[in-house]
Design a protein around this ligand. Structure first.
Ligand code: HEC
Length: 92
């Protein structure tokens, strides 16, 4: 036979149901944030070509004469070819 709950028991049951709902909402919010992506490998960076020249001297010597080899260097103001002092015409 089914037992009837008294008013205190009903109140306790509704408080427990409310707490369960709040916990479920918090879990949904936390789960919705999702896992933080992790980089699988360390960030790749350029290697100074002079390191390659230790073993590949012939290739390094000819590479330095190529357009790509001459473009590969750290940029600084001394080798800037563009003029930023005059009003340049821009074509778009
Ligand atoms: C410690 C010495 C050493 C350094 C430093 C080195 N290499 Fe090598 N590299 C070798 C050797 C040895 C081989 C194999 C050569 C062979 O099998 O004939 C090779 C092979 C290569 C090959 C294949 C060549 C071919 O004809 O198949 C490339 C491309 C290459 N290296 C690029 C580089 C680059 C770019 C760097 C610098 C980031 C570098 N190497 C630094 C020793 C070195």
């Amino acid at each position: 036979m089914r037992r009837q709950l008294n008013s205190n028991q009903r109140r306790a049951a509704s408080v427990l149901l409310g707490l369960a709902g709040v916990c479920a909402a918090i879990m949904c919010i936390l789960h919705g944030a999702g896992p933080v992506p992790v980089q699988a490998q360390p960030k790749a960076e350029y290697v100074d070509p002079s390191i390659c020249a230790d073993c590949h001297q012939d290739i390094a010597a000819t590479y330095r004469q190529s357009g790509m080899g001459r473009s590969f260097h750290r940029v600084d103001a001394s080798d800037r070819t563009a003029s930023f002092n005059t009003h340049n015409t821009l074509f778009s």
